[in-house]
Design a protein around this ligand. Structure first.
Ligand code: COA
Length: 153
């Protein structure tokens, strides 16, 4: 397994991984290639986007950080960022999420983001445990979501 920056050619592989997460009941947002390209690969708000690739070249993880603009719809303060993490359902609990954040965090700091917010469904035990384990703490709750935050710097 290796972690590397996301490339334009990864769209199909990321889409396949996210579709598998949806089929496993672990994702509700879209996973089609156009959504993946616009959100995770060629999004001007991206500060970091990395994939985890297995030895056969299959995408088994994705982590992104996006810079918040003014009046962020999810309440992320200007100057802060939001983070999203996705690991293939058959590759969980092997340290891929931790390995992704080891690459992401320095890039978020280099981009001078003050905070990182992770918005997690309040019944997503895996996501809540993961972000807690890597150092995020609950900042706010509501509408079925728990937002965990890490302060950088
Ligand atoms: C949440 C997610 C990204 C975790 O990725 P992962 O590669 O399995 O995480 P890691 O193996 O690096 O785990 C790191 C730590 O997080 C915690 N953790 C992760 N998954 C856990 C689980 N299912 N139960 C309890 N703790 C868990 C543990 O403390 C773990 O450390 P340990 O294995 O040494 O005990 C993955 O489960 C996933 O993609 N889920 C679906 C999408 C999602 O929920 N994304 C996040 C919210 S939007």
């Amino acid at each position: 397994m290796r972690i590397r920056p996301t490339e334009a050619e990864d769209v199909e592989g990321i889409s396949a991984m996210l579709t598998a997460l949806t089929a496993a009941g672990k994702r509700t947002r879209p996973s089609d290639p156009d959504f993946v390209r616009a959100t995770y690969v060629a999004n001007p708000q991206l500060v970091a986007s990395h994939v985890a690739e297995d030895d056969d070249g299959r995408i088994i993880g994705l982590q992104v950080v996006m810079r918040a603009g003014p009046d962020d719809p999810f309440g992320v303060p200007e100057g802060g960022g939001s983070i999203g993490t996705h690991v293939a359902p058959d590759a969980g609990r092997r340290g891929i999420g931790r390995a992704l954040f080891a690459r992401t965090r320095p890039m978020a700091e280099a981009a001078a983001l003050k905070t990182l917010d992770a918005s997690i469904a309040d019944d997503n035990d895996d996501g809540l445990a993961y972000y807690e384990a890597i150092g995020f703490r609950t900042d706010r709750t509501g509408d079925g979501r728990i937002v965990k935050r890490m302060t950088l710097g």
